[in-house]
Design a protein around this ligand. Structure first.
Ligand SMILES: [Zn+2]
Length: 444
């Protein structure tokens, strides 16, 4: 009897019990801090699929998206092929409300600290998010700290200015004879590759470099021999407005490359890869694979138009964000385009999110974002969600003009039709290449 039972069980396991795939959620037992969850996948149009008491609505190619509100604690989702049929699969989603523990600002008299690593981010606000980066401080930069908020320390810049660094990036320091910051002169030199402005100070000091309206505004703080303890300088930049700023041994170097905009090197970045799949689509496609196919098509199209093109990855391998940035800078990339496909938080409804969007960080990259957004929506026929500014690591550097394109929403059944169509990659290649063409034309 037991044997027969086992045979039946194994037959059930091998038979395709029911033709459906749930691409997301990936796990059957998950814990979330958002108050909603969506299920995306595909099903056979001829058969019904139910999630609890909701009958799944799929589109022509079988892809579907259903979203549900979560109650606090355990939420069970039973997958069935009829309202009152047997349960064929089960998902358990635990919703735990996040505790908000925003702390108050604690102020104290000035204390001496120094940075303990390179590239410590000096921020205008005490949050690890958004457009608040002023400069990147090297290891052993002397700082004067006047307060604490959450995981940030407040840095004294001048009598009426302050900024923030992560508290983990600094340590207190006993400075025997406090050497004050002092400005000691400027030097400019240029060759065929670049123009370098060097500003000499008595030691490493907090600084900010902000590009605005063709001008790079430089400010160095805690400078005793300058009014309000701020040294100020501005440099006029020409298109494409790329630059690099570094503080080393009290020397602030601003390097401006001479770029040949007739033959700019273009870097195409296929998002994710290797152990990092990115988003997952209704049809179980992995974003990393589709991004790579799109990147290859874009490269081919740009090459046929006479551009010099490289890719940050051309196989299914993991490349860190830092390595993508370093690769682009080392290759003297001028135009950088990162290709992605969009996803949404668990508590949103995938049916409400479709279309293309293009991101930039530095204001001088916005014209490229505008050109690519216009051309990609025209080429793909997607909803135009516009150009947006966001702090993504691969588009933050000022050494190149960088944008990140989200071609479609991978979890949206309508967008699924677009990315599943046979000329999708050709259209992405046309859209991105036309966008780059029209951006470069604006620079002449
Ligand atoms: Zn992505």
């Amino acid at each position: 009897m037991k044997q027969i039972f086992l045979i039946i069980i194994s037959l059930i396991n091998f038979l395709p019990v029911y033709p459906y795939d749930i691409a997301f959620p990936l796990d059957k037992n998950i814990t979330l801090s958002d108050d909603g969850i969506f299920f995306v996948g595909r099903t056979d149009k001829k058969e019904a699929l139910w999630i609890n008491d909701t009958k799944v609505k799929s589109n022509k190619n079988g892809s579907f998206a259903e979203s549900f509100k979560l109650k606090s604690g355990e939420n069970v989702f039973n997958i069935k092929n009829g309202e009152n049929s047997l349960v064929i699969d089960k998902y358990t989603v635990n919703y735990i409300k996040p505790v908000c523990n925003e702390s108050k600002l604690v102020e104290f008299p000035t204390q001496d600290f120094r940075t303990i690593s390179d590239n410590v981010i000096l921020r205008s606000t005490p949050i690890d998010f958004g457009m608040n980066r002023l400069g990147y401080l090297p290891k052993n930069t002397d700082l004067q700290i006047t307060g604490l908020k959450n995981e940030f320390s407040r840095v004294y810049l001048s009598p009426n200015l302050s900024a923030w660094v992560f508290s983990k990036d600094i340590i207190p320091e006993q400075r025997e004879n406090t050497i004050v910051g002092e400005y000691r002169g400027e030097n400019v030199k240029s060759d065929i590759f670049s123009e370098i402005h060097s500003y000499k100070f008595s030691k490493n000091l907090p600084y900010s470099a902000v590009f605005d309206n063709n001008l790079l505004q430089i400010q160095v703080f805690n400078v005793e021999n300058r009014s309000n303890e701020i040294f100020k300088s501005q440099i006029y930049l020409n298109p494409p407005y790329c630059y690099s700023v570094k503080m080393r041994d009290g020397l602030l170097n601003v390097s401006i490359p001479n770029v040949d905009m007739k033959h700019p090197r273009i870097i195409i970045d296929a998002g994710h890869g290797g152990i990092e799949p990115g988003a997952i689509g209704c049809m179980c496609d992995l974003e990393k694979d589709l991004n790579l196919k799109a990147a290859k098509a874009v490269k081919k199209e740009l090459k046929s138009r006479g551009y010099n093109v490289s890719m940050t990855r051309n196989s299914d391998k993991f490349v860190s964000l830092k390595d993508r940035v370093n690769y682009t800078i080392n290759k003297n990339g001028v135009v950088f385009v990162s290709l992605h496909m969009n996803s949404i938080p668990e508590n949103k409804n995938p049916n409400d999110y479709r279309g293309s969007e293009t991101y930039y960080y530095n204001s001088f990259s916005q014209p490229l974002a505008n050109c690519i957004q216009k051309e990609i929506t025209t080429s793909l026929g997607t909803k135009d969600n516009g150009v947006k500014q966001a702090s993504f690591a691969v588009i933050r550097p000022t050494e190149y003009v960088g944008v990140l394109v989200e071609t479609v929403f991978l979890v949206n059944p309508e967008d699924t039709k677009i990315y599943k169509s046979k000329d999708y990659y050709k259209k992405v290649a046309q859209g991105v290449s036309n966008g780059i063409d029209s951006y470069i034309k604006t620079l002449h």
